[in-house]
Design a protein. Sequence first.
Lengths: 486, 76
Amino acid sequence: MNSGVVALAFISLIVSAGAFLGFYAGARRKMDLEQWIVGDRGFGMLLVWLLMAGEVYTTFTFLGASGWAYSKGGPVLYILAYQPLMYVVSFFILPQVWEVGRKYRMQTQADFFQVRYNNKYLAAFVALVGVVFIVPYLQLQLMGLGMIVEVASYGAIHRTTAMVISFLIVAAFVLTSGIRGVAWVSVLKDLLLLFSAVFVGVAVPYIYFGGIGPMFAALVRAKPAHLVMPGATTNLGHSWYVSTVLLVSVGFYMWPQFFGASFSAKSSDTLRRNAVVMPFYSITMPLMFFVGLAATLILPGLSNGDLSMLTMVRKTFPAWFLGLIGGAGALTAMVPAGVMILTAATLFAKNMCRPIFRPGMTDQQVAKLAKTTVLVITVAALCAAIYSSPTLVSLLLVGYGGVGQFFPGVVLGLYSKRVTMPGVFAGVVTGVFVFVALWLTRHDPVMGLNAGFIALCCNVVVVAVVSLLTPAERGEFDEHHHTNIA
Amino acid sequence: MRKPSVGAILLALTPFVAVCFSVSLWDRIYPIVLGLPFNFFWLIAWLLLTPVCMWGAYRLEAPRSSDRHREDGGTA
């Protein structure tokens, strides 16, 4: 048997095991909208941890991080900084979001804006921006899946074919299992990912250099500038680093799917404790960097840095092991992709279509429309993946430029009495507009700063000015807070 | 919503200062610690120190929470 067949057989085996687990976990329960999207709010600390870790550690971790360590060097360190910081931010937001989410039976991020600001156009706009910016994140997962199959088949299967097959599986998986199925597949995926990351991250430096220390010693001799910022780039220096870390750490839980995942927790304390322990899970991240850095010396001149991890594995280990890593990587793309599609479809059906165009829809009709939307969104991401090919990390940063704009509306909505609906609405529109304008005119980074961060600053100024110019509103959450106390 | 305590906010700002704002102080290769360039070592160390800060914040915030039913881990 040739190596490509062995590797692909292993990948198929792992993906089938994952898909089976998802179908099984989902099939045992009656699947209404509430169960499908928030799992009846019954997830304890372990399952929430797995779900969040499952969504957080995506193809971006697996291929994108090693890819940037290979192609850019020092700037990749921003990932090691934002990961602990985003949990710090979540500590002050998610438990509060959960509290109001339970009180008002919220299922999506746009529901939060609807309840807090009481304006269906603002909620629909938030939903639209969420759906639009999920597409590049989804595209990232698709491209990752395509690369895995392409490398594992030793080029025999074209990337496009691989992406089409993979996403048919993901769409089928999402439609039948809902969020509970996805959470349980995370268990399998996390075990495989942890094993792969630790093994490959330690073994590769050991095999080629005799250890991590000697590998860095060799790098310091050969390319010292690659290890500090701006690394192999000219414009990703310290100011870019600070602005990007700030944008991403506040923007992370603004992803509609991560924001929504908090509703599936059993209590706000679950979320608070999760925020404390989650940074430990990021310890696998530097190991991904090590593989990419080793590849700069062992495999110089790769045309696409995102292939460095898989190419290193293929060069170093037998075919069955490439299959194992590829299978772990495939689940790492499928699980988060599943949640993204689930979230985007629900946002579209529940927060855009029903309130704006078809107010008479029943919950069953919304659930049905959401499932149709699953296919539409999947195809959109597939087309984007086939017709463009940026690096995985740059795709993710585009997403943050968009969803990061929700941050002022969420935080001020929770903690400020003075913020108003017109203020938040004007702020989000300004932020998204400024970001898209800078990005489309290729001004990212601009003046050494992350374009999404500049847009967020404009957003905050507009929220403050417009809120002060408009009359104070009675905050929906506060009103109930007082009744509870009384 | 009740605003977080000053102590918890200060504990939360510590990792922001350490890994974000102070970048120009630690983004260098030397001294090499445990075989790692200093910037890698510094950021990895803060992956372990951030939970310590946030555990402190948790001790301050959890008793103030209005959440009545706590759970002790476990899952569905």
